[in-house]
Design a protein around this ligand. Sequence first.
Ligand SMILES: [Zn+2]
Length: 696
Amino acid sequence: MKSSNIVFFLVFLFGVFSVQLVRAQSDSHCGAEDVFLLESQKDESLSSKRYQYETKISNDALQLLNAENAGTSKIIPVVVHVIHEYGPENISKAQILDQIRILNEDFRRTNADTVNTPSAFLPVAADCNIEFKLATIDPNGNCTDGIVRVYSPLTNSSIADGAMVKALSRWPNDKYLNYWVVRTITGGILGYATFPGGNDNVDGIVCGHNYTGSIGTAFFGAYNLGRTATHEVGHWLSLRHIWGDSNCGDDLVADTPTAAGSNFGCLTYPHVSCNNGPNGDMFMNYMDYSDDVCFNIFTSGQSARMNATLNDPTSGRNNLWTQANLIATGTDGTSPGACNLIADISNIEQMICSGDSISFIDMTWNGDVDTWSWSFPGGTPASSSAQNPIIYYNTPGIYNVSLTVTNAAGSDSISRQNLVVVRNSPAQFTVPYTEDFDAAIIGSVPTDYLVSNVAGLNTWQVTDIASVSGSNSIFINNLNNNVDGEDELITATFDLSNVSGTMMSFDLAYATRSSSSTDRFKVFASNDCGKTWGLRYTKSGAALSTAGIVTSTFVPVAGDWRQELVNLSTSSVSGRDHVMFKFQFLNNGGNNIFIDNINLFTGVSVNELNGSIANFNLVPNPANGFTTIELDLKKGEKIKIDVLDLSGRLVEPVIEKKLDSGSHYIPIISKLSNGVYFVTLQTQNFSSAKKLIIIN
Ligand SMILES: [Zn+2]
C-alpha cells in the first residue's frame, strides 16, 4: 500500500538496514537488496538518490495510472552474457530464447497460468506492455545473435564479486538490458538485479543457469519456469519486493496488498497477514518468493511504475525502447542475416586409455554453422566433417585438436593444445610401488606423471627444499597462487589385477594461512585412464593442516609431516589392470603443500612404524571371531583404531582416546564374521593398517 513519503522514508531506511536480517530469517532467494546494500557501501549517496528517484517514479507512475494509459508497447533490447567453464552452465541458445519467451508472456500477461489469478485480484491484473528481444547488432555495429559466451571460473561467485563477473562482458546499459547467466551464486541465491540509479558498470540482472528458461538445464525443483528473470527484471524496472522488505512494509505500489513478509512454496488462497483480509497476500505476484508455478500476475500499479521507469532518463532506461535504439541494436524487426561465427571447443582436458574413444562437442556460437572441419592429429579418423564426431586414439601420447566452422558470413577456427591425453593400457607399474621423487628432475614431475594446471600459475613440481627421506618431495608453491585455482598431479598407471586389499599411503605437509581457510586436498582413483574419477580421500582447512597456521612461506621440517592412508579396496579400482590416481589441490588462499613417498601396498604400510609407535600388532591373526590389538606407545598420544571391511566401510570403531605411554592390549569386542578386514591406526602424525583374517 502507498504510505506518506515520511513513513516511506523511515520504512525505506529500516528496509535497507534490515535486509540481512530478513535474509537470515528466510531462505536466500533474490539478492537485489543485498546488491543495493553492497553498492551503497561503496557510494554513500546512493541511499538518498534512491529515495529521491523512487519518490519521482511513484509520482510519475500515479499520473500514468490516472491517465489509464501505460503507453504503447515498449521493446527492450537484451544481451545475454553466458559466463561458463564449458559445463552445463554454458546453456543453449534454445534455452535462452525460451527465457525471452517467458519474459514476454509474463510482461504482456499472455502466460497460460493467468487463469490461476484469484478473481479478487483480476481487476488489477495488468498487461505491462513491455517486450524483450535479443539484440542482433552489437555495440560496435556488428552482427550478433544477442548472446556472448565467456570462459571464466567466476561463473561460481558471490554477489560481492558481481562487479568482476560483469566486467568480463558488458554492453552499454542505455542500449541493452544486460543479463548474465552463471553456474552458481554463493548462498543458494537464484538471481539478483540492480535498481535504476546505480553504477552503470553493474547495471542489469544475474541468474543461475538452472533458473534461466524452462528447458535444458532449468529443471531445478520449484524454480524451473524462468520466473526468476521475470522477478529480477521487475527490480531492474524499480519494483520492490511485494512485502516492502520489512514486516508489513511498503512496496510503493498502491494496488498490491500489504504483506508481512516473503512467501515460499505454493500457498492456498487466501493467505491473510497484516490485516489484509479477506483477500490476503498477493503471493502469486512475481515480486514475491513463491514457486515459479504459482506466479501469474503483475498489477496495474506495478506496470505503471515500470513504465514510468522506462520514461525516466535515470540509468538511460528511457533510451532503451526508442526507435533509434531499436534500429541501432537490430531489434526493430529487420532481418540481420548470418553473423560471423565464433568457433569454440571445451578446454577441459580429455583423458582416456589407448584404444578408447572421445565424443567431441562443437560449441560454436554467434550463428548457425553450415560446415565443420575437425582435425585430430593422432586420432582415428584424423579429420571429420561431422558436428560432434567420435574419435579413437590408439597410441599413448598428448594430442591437439582444432576446428574450423563456416557459414555464409565466413569461417572461424580454434585450436586446443594438449587437449587429449592417452595413457597406457595395460599399466606401467605393479604393487608394491614407491615414488619418493628422489630420482625426478627438480622443477619437473616424475616420468609418466602429468600435471593438469587449470589455474595457470605455480603448480606441482619436484623440489629439494623439503623431504621426509632422501632429498626430494613434490610441492605447490601456493603462497601467491590465484584463489579458487585448481592443480592436479596425475600418476602413472598401475596393475592391481593380481593383488587384493590395496592401500595407498603418502606423506603430507601443509599449513593454512588463517583459521577460516577452506583449501581442499583430494585424491581420486580411475580405472579408465582418467575418463572418470572416483573420490577416495578429501580433507580441508584445519583437518588438512599438518603444521597449524603459518602466514609466511611454509617449508616443512621433520615434525610437520603426517602420513595419510587411503583405502583403495573398492569395486571401482580394486583388481583392475590399469589404475591411476589424481592428487588435486583447490586453493582458497592457503600456504604451500608438499607430498612425499607415495606408496601402494597390500595391507601393511611400508613405513609401518614411526617414532612414537614401538609396536602395532594383531594377536592372533588369522583369528577365530575375536582378536586383540597390541600397541606400544613411547609417549602418551591420542589414537584412533577402526575395523574396516575390504570396501573401506566402517565395521567397528574400536577406540578413540588419549592413551598413556607403555603397552596396551585392546580387544575387538564384537565377533567378526568370516572374511578379510583392515584394522586402521591413526595418530596425530601417523596412520597405518593391518590386514586381519577371520576364520570362524
Ligand atoms: Zn527480489
